[in-house]
Design a binder for this molecule. Structure first.
Ligand code: G16
Length: 543
């Protein structure tokens, strides 16, 4: 084996987004592309000398090859040890747990999350810090700055390691430990939840289905839900991870997980159903005949978390991203705890979690989590729901009905416009931002604008400020519209429009969601001028 240095061309305009760098797989496969980004990360964190890294991914196409590249580069950059999931697999929350548990300096997580996998699909890489969470805004900026001036990377010339064999091996002077991806994660779940209660619920005939969407949670869900908690074999669907996710789109929402939704809506469907995404951090929750929106799920979990042993002492506080509905705010105010509103992106919860200011947090984009790791966690959310159901011995539908009667209902939906011409999308946001000061007091459809601004966040822990995090419009009737550009898409621009309408206790709780939101949807179309600027009349996806 020998160390080699290669020249590389600085990236141009390849800025990591909401969750690391996501590009088409073929871009990552271009000679030197992955290597330059990885070397930029090493350079930005002060080198790899003596450090310990966790490495794993969601098993998509190019996952295994990219891990071999990162291992060689880690060894060449002087790392002391790499902890790798067997066969290169680690869910994002399991990687976060391993980083924390082993006191690692950080982790390389290979995933494009809920985006499809394959040679003509998507790939991604993100770096998590020693707290187990996504790199901060400033560190992400440092990766970018280094990538703009990088001239060379160092690596080894060596044969690929066998990642299928659990145990310890060596790559030059670096120790490589290959671990079972599930063991440590399952142990953590056992500490947080009352597995005996959940087991009892299932043994009494409660039925469930978990759709792993051919992605990384298959082995985790099979080990925990079937082998440990006693759900019958076959309760976990699409349980074997595949490089192209069975040619599917591993995004747990009613569109991409439609077969599961159809199953749970049928009269003989299971009592409970859930799905997770490519890398296992997102979740979708369903009960017989009902879909629970991620914003409502966060609120229900906050109101009931004390029923699980890990949260029996109550919650320090909660947080949600700005576009997430205010359902959890009502629970927090009832509990007398803080509720923080952060920009989109899990990294913004990190400081609040590290400082002990919050215990639970979540986002409208199907992410919920707690202080047990520093990532959102799909299977954890499923287990918390199961723990609550096991304690309350009622249905998901009853839990939702009871929740809305107690706190009121935030009708909520997100409309996505995908693969929009990036120039037009940017133009729309620039023009809208310029018009914001004139909006208050003006009419839009049947509504009157009360306030309109670009969301800006001052981190309560370190005082850092993040500006331009999305346009938020509040109407005089209390409804709200938010519009922002996605930071995770790989195909031109994705415009997200978030709609919310609050109905207080005693009001109508069973309206059709899109009907309840029609006025605010029309008002947002008028205010944003999205149809005129981008040539799109209706969204591609409504969740
Ligand atoms: C990532 C982040 C999430 C964030 C989401 C937003 O999710 O981890 O915290 O809410 O992006 O996506 P967008 O910018 O497209 O609205 P993931 O699951 O893709 O890693």
């Amino acid at each position: 084996m020998s160390f080699v240095t290669h020249n590389c061309t600085p990236f141009s305009g390849q800025k990591p987004g909401t969750s690391g760098l996501r590009k088409k797989t073929r871009v990552f496969m271009e000679p030197g592309y992955l290597e330059c980004f990885v070397q930029s990360i090493f350079n930005a964190i002060g080198g790899g000398q003596g450090k310990v890294f966790v490495i794993g991914g969601d098993g998509r196409f190019f996952n295994a090859e990219a891990i071999q590249t990162i291992l060689r580069m880690a060894a060449a950059n002087g790392a002391a040890r790499a902890i790798v999931g067997q066969n290169g697999l680690l869910s994002t929350p399991a990687a976060s747990n391993l980083i924390r548990k082993r006191g690692a300096d950080g982790g390389f997580i290979l995933s494009a999350s809920h985006n499809p996998g394959g040679v003509d699909a998507d790939f991604g890489l993100k770096f998590n810090g020693g707290n187990g969470g996504p790199a901060s805004e400033s560190l992400t900026e440092a990766f970018y700055q280094h990538s703009q001036r990088i001239a060379e990377y160092i690596t080894l010339e060596s044969d690929p390691l066998d990642l299928g064999q659990i145990g310890v091996t060596k790559l030059e002077d670096m120790q490589v430990e290959i671990v079972d991806p599930v063991t440590d994660y399952a142990e953590l779940m056992r500490e947080i939840f009352d597995f005996d209660q959940i087991k009892a619920l299932i043994s009494e005939g409660f039925t469930l289905r978990f759709d792993a969407m051919h992605a990384v949670t298959g082995p985790y869900a099979t080990a925990i839900l079937e082998d440990e908690l006693g759900a019958p074999k076959g309760s976990v669907l699409n349980a074997i991870p595949s490089v192209d996710f069975g040619k599917g789109h591993p995004d747990p929402n009613p569109i991409w997980a439609k077969p599961l939704v159809d199953l749970v809506m049928s009269p003989d469907g299971p009592d409970f159903a859930a799905a997770s995404d490519g890398d296992g951090d997102r979740n979708m929750i369903l009960g017989k005949g009902i879909y629970v929106t991620p914003s409502d799920s966060l609120a229900v979990l906050a109101a009931n978390a004390h029923l699980a042993p890990g949260y029996s002492a109550g919650l320090a506080g909660v947080a949600r991203s700005m576009p997430t509905s205010a359902a959890v705010d009502r629970v927090a105010s009832d509990l007398g705890i803080d509720c923080f509103e952060t920009p989109t992106g899990w990294k913004f919860f990190g400081n609040l979690l590290d400082a002990g200011r919050i215990t639970l947090c979540g986002e409208e984009s199907a992410g919920t989590g707690s202080d047990h790791v520093r990532e959102k966690d799909g299977l954890w959310a499923v287990l918390l729901w199961l723990n609550i159901l096991a304690k309350r011995r009622t249905s998901v539908r009853e839990i939702m009905r009871d929740h809305w009667q107690t706190y009121g209902r935030n009708y909520y939906s997100r409309h996505d416009y995908e693969a929009v011409d990036s120039r037009k999308a940017d133009q729309m946001m620039t023009d809208l931002t310029a018009r914001l000061p004139k909006l208050p007091g003006s009419a839009a459809g049947n509504l009157i604008v009360a306030a309109a601004d670009q969301f800006s966040y001052k981190d309560p822990v370190d005082g850092s400020v993040s500006k331009n995090q999305g346009v938020c419009v509040i109407f005089e009737n209390g409804s709200r519209g938010v519009i922002r550009l996605s930071g995770t898409g790989t195909d031109n621009a994705t415009i997200r429009v978030y709609l919310e309408q609050f109905t207080p206790q005693g009001g109508q709780m069973d309206l059709d969601t899109q009907t309840a939101l029609r006025e605010v949807a029309d008002a947002m179309a008028e205010i944003s001028r999205l149809p005129e600027t981008c040539g799109r009349i209706s969204p591609d996806i409504m969740t």
